[in-house]
Design a binder for this molecule. Structure first.
Ligand SMILES: [Zn+2]
Length: 411
């Protein structure tokens, strides 16, 4: 049995084969022979994917290599749209949880991310200037209702951004969103008691006011709250999202006897979306197993990758997807929750999260490794999973990012 170490997901040295020049090929890149999973097209079959001018140009059973300048050999691999992770923290060096986006996102098959509230109205300009405008990963954001953005650094300073509710400012939040609608896709609030104190519902009402003003989704981080989850759900609307759904502590989705709260089921039936947000403290195998047996499944699978989980237990989004395959979802179902569903939940620009011809040329290639792998949750419990997705190559707008660990043939 192999322990899943960080080293195993590093890319191998690039293997590039040069075959001389061909006369002005039609496609820049051909991703050849992989098993393509694109839930938006109901596609799960071996296909070639051709990219021209940074966009997906054609998907077919066989596209001649003579029509492409470069070929990525994906035989035996899984090929998906560039993944979308709707809960990450990439305000590197500023927000306490922040990590660099590129080595943890695009290098791992995640071409598009949503930074979930690292920045608030006062600190968003820096996220835009020093992260969004600079990194290769496509970074979008949810704006924290607290103007200072995230402030906890547990255990060093566990006092959160809403303990003083005066920092929750719906007017400034809405104004900043209006000025940055191209990059801000919603509002974020963290409700745990060390962050939002005993006035969590008052803070949530202010977040509600901001989200309503700009007509965008509100993502609420649950677990360990002063108020009960049903009271929190009362303030959420169809199209809103709760993250940390499978958190194993008080304030979660299960009652004392392990049954999913009827209020959660009702909210989901009315259009509330459940997000995973694995994180360092927010995914319990036992909770997920119990909830899924009761037909409660996530709409989006996100990692909440940050400084305190990137070396384990989260590692990357592909590992979180592998955990949900172990929980009984098919490969297609987990890919849907990291491509189509996130794109629809948060209104990302058209052309992300699918390989439909004309969409952005963002592609992720994975090896579906078989064996026995021990994967941990956030409360030190492990399961032996038998399949895991390993990122082996990422393509953004038709260009191979970094080095692929599968053959790249330049014709
Ligand atoms: Zn988070």
């Amino acid at each position: 049995m192999k322990r899943y170490s960080r080293r195993t997901v590093m890319f191998a040295a690039p293997l590039t084969i040069l075959r001389g020049q061909s006369a002005s090929p039609q496609y820049e890149l051909l991703i050849r022979g992989g098993h393509v999973v694109d839930p938006w097209q109901n596609l799960s079959a071996v296909r070639d994917v051709a990219i021209a001018q940074g966009k997906v140009a054609r998907i077919a059973k066989s596209i001649p290599e003579s029509e492409a300048a470069q070929v990525l050999e994906a035989k035996g691999m899984i090929v998906t749209p560039g993944l979308i992770d709707v809960h990450v923290h990439v305000y590197d060096g500023v927000a306490p949880l922040g990590i660099p986006a590129d080595p943890n996102c695009i290098a791992k098959g995640v071409t598009t991310v949503l930074d979930a509230g690292s920045a608030g109205a006062h600190t968003f300009p820096g996220l835009r200037k020093y992260v969004i405008n600079v990194v290769d990963t496509r970074v979008y954001a949810l704006l924290n209702i607290s103007v200072i953005g995230q402030s906890t650094l547990s255990p060093g300073n566990p006092w959160g951004e809403l303990l003083d509710i005066r920092y929750a400012n719906p007017k400034l939040t809405a104004k900043t969103i209006e000025q940055n609608r191209d990059r801000i896709l919603g509002v974020k609030i963290r409700l745990t008691e060390n962050i939002a104190g005993k006035h969590d519902l008052d803070a949530l009402k202010l977040a509600r006011e901001a989200a309503d003003a700009v007509q965008l989704p509100l993502m609420a981080h649950i677990g360990g709250t002063f108020s009960t989850l049903p009271k929190i759900l009362d303030l959420l609307r169809p199209g809103d999202v709760i993250t940390h759904t499978f958190r194993q502590e008080a304030g979660g989705i299960l009652d004392d006897r392990g049954r999913v709260l009827p209020e959660v089921k009702r909210a989901v039936a009315n259009g509330l979306r459940l997000d995973v947000g694995h994180g360092a403290g927010s995914f319990g195998w036992a909770v997920a197993e119990s909830a899924m047996k009761q037909d409660v499944v996530p709409a989006t699978i996100s990692s909440d990758v940050h400084q305190y989980n990137v070396h384990g237990p989260v590692l990357d989004l592909a590992t979180t997807l592998s955990k949900f395959m172990h929980l009984g979802m098919t490969l297609e179902q987990v890919i849907e929750r990291a491509t189509k569903n996130p794109a629809q939940t948060f209104g990302f620009p058209q052309g992300l999260g699918t390989l439909k011809p004309g969409s952005e040329g963002d592609v992720a290639v994975f090896k579906l490794d078989q064996g026995d792998f021990m994967l941990f949750d956030s409360v030190k419990q492990s399961r032996i999973v038998h399949r895991r997705l390993l990122p082996v190559a990422t393509v953004k707008s038709g260009r191979i990012y970094g080095s692929a660990s599968i053959p790249v043939v330049t014709l």
